[in-house]
Every structure is written in C-alpha cells, then in structure tokens.
Design a binder for this molecule. Structure first.
Ligand SMILES: [Zn+2]
Ligand SMILES: [Zn+2]
Length: 149
C-alpha cells in the first residue's frame, strides 16, 4: 500500500483510483492521468478526522535523460534491459501530495481547539471562550449549531 510505504497520516475512505495514459514523445513520455478517491486525515484546526475528496487531473513529462532533470524534480523513468520503466507508484504519490489541499479542515466552519484550554470548540464550549465573546456578533454565533461531518 502506498500509505504504509510513504508513512502518510491518512486512511482511505473511498478507494483511490488512478488512470494513466502514457504517450511516447521524442524526448520522453508525456503522462496524463487522473487520481480520485476519498481519504481521511487530520483537521488542521481541531485535530479530528477530516474527509478529503480527491479528483485530481494531471499532466507531467518524464524525460529519458535524468541528467537533464530539473533540480528538485525526481525522474521516474529507469532504463532496464527491456526498455524504459516508469515508476508509477512514485509518480502517483507525488500527484497525490499535489492533490491534497494545503489547509485541511473537517468543515469550513470548524471552530478548532481553544488556544487557552485546548478543548475542541466544535464539541463543547469552554469557559475561556465565554470570556472573550462579548461582542454582539460573537453572542449571535454562540447560538449557531455546528454540524460535524
Ligand atoms: Zn476541524
Ligand atoms: Zn478554552
């Protein structure tokens, strides 16, 4: 499994599927693909499980000559006795990381953890939050029910 191998903190909620088309070019291969699935990972605000749906289209070029690879870019083509071999796993892993949003939230309205006491403010209201909610807007927001997915 990709995940174990690369030590990423995520679990697969809907099977990840990838389609790849490899188009030979004079200098290498043009790879077009799509990666879909749903993974569960950690919400950056409240540390609860957040669901991330992926539908990532990508296009990348793998050159034959790895000496010409740009700095920081890994070449996924390897010369073998029978020809060029593409490391699809590594390629898909990179695309997966690109597909993951930078900021992962369990929901857009996630309240996160209280910076004072560390309680999950989606689940319970702590005393500290009552102290600094004196504005009318903050009071209005207190009555809003947050749905946790
Ligand atoms: Zn959250
Ligand atoms: Zn608190």
């Amino acid at each position: 499994m990709l995940w174990r191998e690369f030590q990423y903190d995520a679990e697969i909620l809907a099977p990840l599927q990838a389609t790849l088309s490899v188009i030979p070019q004079p200098e290498g291969y043009l790879i077009q693909g799509r990666l879909t699935g749903t993974v569960g990972t950690i919400c950056h605000r409240c540390s609860e499980v957040a669901k991330v749906g992926l539908d990532h289209h990508f296009e990348t070029f793998e050159a034959y000559e790895d000496t010409e690879a740009l700095e920081g870019e890994e070449n996924h083509l390897r010369a073998t006795d029978t020809g060029w071999e593409l490391n699809a796993t590594a390629l898909l892993w990179e695309e997966f990381l690109l597909a993951m949003p930078e900021k992962i939230l369990c929901s857009d309205s996630c309240l996160g953890l209280c910076p004072q006491c560390g309680k999950n403010r989606n689940l319970e209201q702590c005393v500290c939050s009552n102290l600094d909610t004196q504005s009318p807007l903050a009071r209005a927001l207190q009555g809003v029910k947050i749905k946790n997915h």
